[in-house]
Design a protein around this ligand. Structure first.
Ligand code: SF4
Length: 209
């Protein structure tokens, strides 16, 4: 949950550094974060960027979390009211709320992030600018309603968007090239060129973020 708040506008590796700072300071708990002086918390979060804003947001989240009764109480809430409560916390938007619902609470809520938009936009499967909730529904209608599937599917999107379909897509190495509207010209070898076809997609669990 801390990671979901800190990952806004930064790479996951920077989030890991900030979390390690919290751990070393003995402050990796909701109660400890809520009680830290804000400047001290901001200093610990410095590696994650926008650390003053993130200190305020993380503290607001942790204060809500503690006042709401912590994990055991929150676990008993149904998904829709829990999502509404998360969205009411200052600094928690739909992506952060859904990260927390899927990855921390194991709820059947698909996460839409920049990787998802980039990859599926390039594939031509979703129109650009589709609002968050509509895009989430596209995935939730298409996939079997299982949290483990959403978890793995989203993790694989992140992995593919990081390793292959990045800001500069490596279409020649992409296993989705044959179905892609954005990159097939780059990806498909010329007939008779002797070039190897794109490799199969990698599978297996990918680290989130
Ligand atoms: S072919 Fe290129 S643009 Fe299309 S999904 Fe693969 S890497 Fe991305």
């Amino acid at each position: 949950m801390v990671g979901a708040v800190l990952t806004q506008n930064t790479a996951w590796v920077n989030v890991e550094r900030a979390i390690e700072n919290l751990r070393r300071a003995g402050a990796l708990s909701a109660e400890a974060i809520a009680a830290l002086p804000e400047p001290r918390l901001a200093a610990l979060l410095r590696p994650s960027g926008y650390f003053n804003v993130k200190a305020r947001r993380l503290q607001a989240f942790c204060t809500w979390y503690v006042e709401a009764g912590g994990l055991e109480r929150l676990r008993r809430r149904r998904t829709a009211p829990l999502r509404r409560a998360l969205l009411a916390v200052p600094g928690v938007g739909p992506e952060t709320a859904d990260d927390i619902l899927l990855y921390a609470f194991g709820r059947r809520v698909f996460v839409i992030d920049a990787y998802t938009r980039r990859l599926f936009g390039r594939l031509g499967l979703v129109p650009p600018g589709l609002p968050y909730e509509e895009l989430r529904e596209v995935f939730e209608r298409a996939l079997a309603p299982r949290a483990a599937l959403y978890n793995e599917y989203h993790a694989l999107i992140v992995r593919h968007a990081k390793e292959v379909c990045g800001p500069r897509p490596r279409c020649g190495a992409c296993c989705l090239a044959a179905d892609c509207t954005a990159g097939p010209g780059l990806a498909r070898p010329e007939p008779g060129s002797g070039a190897a076809p794109p490799p199969p997609c990698s599978t297996g669990s990918a680290p989130w973020g």
